[in-house]
Design a protein around this ligand. Structure first.
Ligand code: SAM
Length: 260
């Protein structure tokens, strides 16, 4: 028997109706290249493997690998990567023309760095369906002017469309986590709606602005955005970062690049 490990964020899904709703949301087919992050004891893995016949999984806890291997034997082809997902180069998982369909009940302790890691492989992923801490899911999908809107919303929505599918109560897990959860779908844009000329500059600008969230743009970005940029874009510098859309941030960054 496997004892759940806190340090690996192990909260195993047990509620069959929730498991079925997640499988239905993923809608696996035999044509898909599916990749699961953190299969655990296989609550999602085996129903998906039954439908898709092949599946890649990435699991950090070595003790779970033999359990997964044994259970998969009569079901389908389970390709197990043993290690930390943050070290995985997803380009190496892609074997043919198919884009990756990534899913998982994510370890909440690494969810934000993991989302940033995955966003860097946006061009080879067709969709991502994740269980996350409810607050993180809300932040990913948040719209400007809302309490949850911030750097994570902007960076995720620069690359992806984000929508919350449904909430999951603590009781669906063993052991139950301390927080509520939500299923979120992130669908990378086939073509970016707004393109930053210098992505690193855009990302740094967003980080700087939200590092001083309560300050007006005029104050927080004083040293990096010339006055001429505000004038050219006719943006009110008394606004705060949460009042700006992804498009606004891209336009500010691009205008900075164009200034002499
Ligand atoms: N999918 C299973 C379920 O729904 O019952 C388990 C989900 S549990 C919340 C998170 C899983 O991610 C655990 O199996 C844990 O060992 C694994 N994990 C934690 N950190 C990881 C990492 N850095 N890389 C890969 N897997 C990780």
């Amino acid at each position: 028997m496997h004892i759940p490990r806190k340090r690996f964020g192990q909260h195993f899904l047990e509620d069959q109706s929730i498991i079925q709703r997640i499988i239905a949301a993923i809608a696996p087919t035999t044509h898909d290249h599916l990749v699961e992050i953190g299969p655990g004891q296989g609550a999602l893995t085996f129903p998906i493997l039954r439908a898709a016949k092949a599946l890649d999984v990435i699991e950090l806890d070595r003790d779970l690998i033999p359990i997964l291997e044994k259970k998969a034997q009569d079901i389908g082809r389970l390709h197990i990567y043993s290690g930390d997902v943050l070290d995985v180069n997803f380009n190496e998982l892609k074997k043919d023309e198919r884009l990756l369909r990534v899913f998982g009940n994510l370890p909440y302790n690494i969810s934000t760095p993991l989302i940033f890691h995955l966003l860097s492989f946006n061009n080879i992923i067709s969709d991502m369906t994740f269980m996350l801490q409810k607050e993180v899911a809300y932040r990913l999908a948040a719209e400007p002017d809302s309490h949850d809107y911030g750097r994570l919303s902007i960076m995720a929505q620069y690359h992806c469309a984000a929508s919350i599918l449904f909430l999951v109560p603590k009781e669906a897990f063993n052991p139950p986590p301390q927080v509520e959860s939500a299923i979120i779908k992130l669908t990378p844009h086939a073509k970016l709606p707004y393109v930053a000329k210098d992505y690193a500059h855009f990302a740094a600008l967003v980080k700087l602005a939200f590092g001083q969230r309560r300050k007006t743009l005029r104050n927080s970005l004083r040293n990096v955005v010339p006055v001429a940029v505000w004038e050219a874009l006719a943006l009110n510098t008394n606004l705060r970062p949460e009042n700006l859309s992804v498009r606004n941030f891209v336009e500010i960054s691009n205008a900075c690049q164009s200034m002499p």
